[in-house]
Design a protein around this ligand. Structure first.
Ligand code: ATP
Length: 248
């Protein structure tokens, strides 16, 4: 897969990009007796594209939900975009969950209007541009679309926010390789270089070309995190190969 990184080369908001975008200490989130997150520590700066990797059930979705402010009953210190997860952070964090939250009956243009009403940082022109980039018709209803087309609509909406942090949960799962390539190109063209993008995925091989960093999780904790170039140099192998080794 060939994905060219055509992100804007200058910051767009003049934010303080030296403070961490995400800072987590001792995060514990339990569902009953099950600790989905078990004392997780993580710090990520702005200006990176980071892959969140790990086997099924290791806690990736739970972590993203805590960061997005969707799950509130956790223990530990969590800060994202300078705030504890909640209404203030949500104004700066664009979250794409792994399940669809849009009405099947809605047309694409209705979804754009809904986002425009809900989010102050939503750039409707950017959403229209991305929908066009993906070759979608704004008059189509979501129920008339394939899974890949719906993924493209949701990506367009999430990336059309001028957010400081983007959290995408499995954005390219279940779509064919050509669609994955196009979706990633759409993500890259929307991302300003002073934002943080965290993408959870099992499709490491597809994502590796665009990643600056990776976070590998196991049993609710981070087992390995770093810059992809450093990890490749240190271990003499691709992130895909390294992942297979860590989880063997
Ligand atoms: N609502 C819930 N109630 C009870 N247990 C849950 C709930 N959501 C998640 N879990 C459990 O928490 C653990 C972490 O789940 P989570 O969905 O965060 O993992 P994941 O890494 O995203 O998995 P996958 O790669 O399969 O999407 C799993 O053991 C899961 O069964």
């Amino acid at each position: 897969m060939t994905v060219t990184d055509d992100r804007p080369t200058t910051g767009q908001r003049g934010d303080d990009v030296t403070a961490p975008a995400i800072e987590i200490h001792g995060l514990v989130k339990a569902y009953g007796a099950k600790r989905a997150l078990d004392g997780l520590d993580l710090t990520l700066p702005y200006g990176r594209i980071v892959g969140l990797l790990g086997e099924n059930g290791c806690g990736k979705t739970t972590l993203l939900k805590v960061l997005a402010g969707v799950l509130a009953d956790y223990e530990g210190d969590v800060r994202i975009a300078g705030h504890e997860p909640g209404p203030r952070s949500k104004a700066h964090v664009s979250f794409l969950p792994d399940v669809s939250f849009l009405s099947d009956a809605a047309r694409v243009r209705d979804c754009i209007r809904l986002y425009d009403d809900c989010f102050d940082d939503f750039d409707a022109a950017k959403a229209h541009e991305l929908i066009g980039f993906f070759g979608l018709d704004e008059s189509t209803r979501l129920r008339e679309m394939s899974k890949g087309m719906r993924e493209k609509v949701q990506i367009s909406l999430a990336m059309a926010r001028r957010a400081r942090v983007y959290l995408l949960d499995e954005p390219i799962s279940g779509v064919d390789p050509a669609a994955r390539d196009l979706i990633l190109q759409g993500v890259l063209r929307s991302l300003s270089e002073d934002s943080l993008l965290v993408i959870s995925t099992h499709l490491i091989h597809d994502l590796e070309p665009i990643l600056d960093g990776v976070v590998m999780m196991r049993h609710g904790r981070v087992v390995l995190a770093g810059e992809v170039d450093d990890l490749r140099a240190e271990h003499g192998k691709s992130i895909d190969q390294l992942f297979r080794e860590v989880y063997r």
